[in-house]
Design a protein around this ligand. Structure first.
Ligand code: APR
Length: 257
C-alpha cells in the first residue's frame, strides 16, 4: 500500500493517482457516510457518530421498526431534519466532475441522503435506498419527502404504517440494485473507496470483488479503514477529491485529452 498522510508527499501521490485514473479510466466510486460529513450529516461510526448515541439494532432494524416505528422515525428526525438544508459538498461535486470527464463510470453509495444525484452524478447506485422515498407497508402507495403525513409514526391514507424506502438492519438489499453494484465493481479497473468504514455487508464485499478482478483500490478517508487498499490518501474527501480532479485536469491539458 502507498500511504499518504496529510501534507506528506501528498503532491506526488495525487499526481500518481491521477495518472493511474487517466490511464485506466473505468473507475467506480464506493462511498459512505464520510463523503457527506462535510455537508453536516453525521456519520455512523466515527467519533460523535449516530451509533455512538443510539443502538442501531434498537433504532434501525426491521424488527424494531415493526415493533415501534415511531422510534425509527424520531431518529430520522435527528439524522436529517430538513432535506433541502443539506447540500452537496466539494467531494460530491468532484465525483460528478469525474463522471463528466469520462473517468468515473458510476457511484455506488451506501448513503441515503441523495446528495450524489443532487451534485450532478448521473449514474448513482443507492444500495441502501433513498431517505426521500417513503412507502406504505400495507398498500404500497409511495410518498415523496417532504410531503409525508406529519403524525408520529406517519400513516398512509389507507391506515397502514409508512416506512422510508431504505434498507434497515435485518433487511435484504434489493437484489436488482445490488446485482448492478456487483457488476460495476467486478468490471472496474479502479475503485475509489471514499469515506466508508467498509465493514457493513454486503457493501463491504465490493472492494474485494473489484480487487479480485484486477482493480486498484484507492482509499480516501481520514483514517485507514481498508487495509488492502493500493493507495491510501489520509485526507477529508472534500479536500482530496478536488485535488485529484485538479491533477487529472493538468494531465488532460498537457495531453489535450
Ligand atoms: N472525509 C473522508 N472520510 C471521512 C470523513 C471525511 N470528511 N469524515 C469521516 N470519514 C470516514 C470515517 O473515518 C469512517 O471510516 O467515513 C467513515 C464513516 O464510516 P461509517 O460511519 O461506518 O459510515 P459507512 O461506512 O457509510 O456505514 C455503512 O452502516 O449503519 C450503516 O446503513 C448505514 O450505510 C451505513 C452503513
Amino acid at each position: 500500500m502507498i500511504l499518504v498522510k496529510r501534507n506528506v508527499d501528498a503532491e506526488a501521490i495525487y499526481k500518481e493517482v491521477a495518472a493511474l485514473m487517466v490511464e485506466r479510466r473505468q473507475c467506480v466510486a464506493l462511498t459512505g457516510a464520510g463523503v457527506s460529513a462535510e455537508s453536516g450529516i453525521p456519520t455512523f461510526r466515527s467519533k460523535g457518530g449516530l451509533w455512538e448515541k443510539y443502538d442501531p439494532i434498537e433504532f434501525a432494524s426491521i424488527e424494531a421498526f415493526r415493533k415501534d416505528p415511531s422510534k425509527y422515525w424520531s431518529l430520522r428526525g435527528e439524522f436529517i431534519k430538513d432535506y433541502d438544508r443539506y447540500q452537496p459538498n466539494k467531494a460530491h461535486l468532484a465525483l460528478a466532475e469525474l463522471e463528466k470527464r469520462g473517468i468515473v463510470r458510476c457511484v455506488i453509495t451506501q448513503n441515503i441522503d441523495g446528495l450524489h444525484k443532487k451534485a450532478g452524478s448521473k449514474n448513482v447506485i443507492e444500495i441502501h435506498g433513498n431517505l426521500m422515498e417513503i412507502c406504505c407497508l400495507t398498500c404500497g402507495k409511495e410518498y415523496k419527502a417532504p410531503n409525508i403525513p406529519e403524525e408520529m409514526p406517519p400513516h398512509c391514507s389507507c391506515g397502514g404504517i409508512l416506512k422510508p424506502n431504505t434498507v434497515l438492519f435485518g433487511e435484504e438489499l434489493p437484489a436488482d440494485v445490488f446485482m448492478k453494484a456487483k457488476e460495476a465493481s467486478a468490471g472496474c479497473k479502479i475503485m475509489l473507496l471514499v469515506g466508508t468504514s467498509a465493514i457493513v455487508q454486503p457493501a463491504a464485499s465490493l472492494p474485494y470483488l473489484a480487487k479480485q478482478n484486477g482493480a486498484k483500490i484507492i482509499e480516501i478517508n481520514i483514517e485507514n479503514a481498508f487495509p488492502d487498499a493500493d493507495y491510501f490518501i489520509m485526507e477529508k474527501a472534500g479536500t482530496a477529491l478536488p485535488n485529484v480532479v485538479g491533477e487529472i485536469d493538468k494531465i488532460r491539458r498537457v495531453n489535450l485529452i
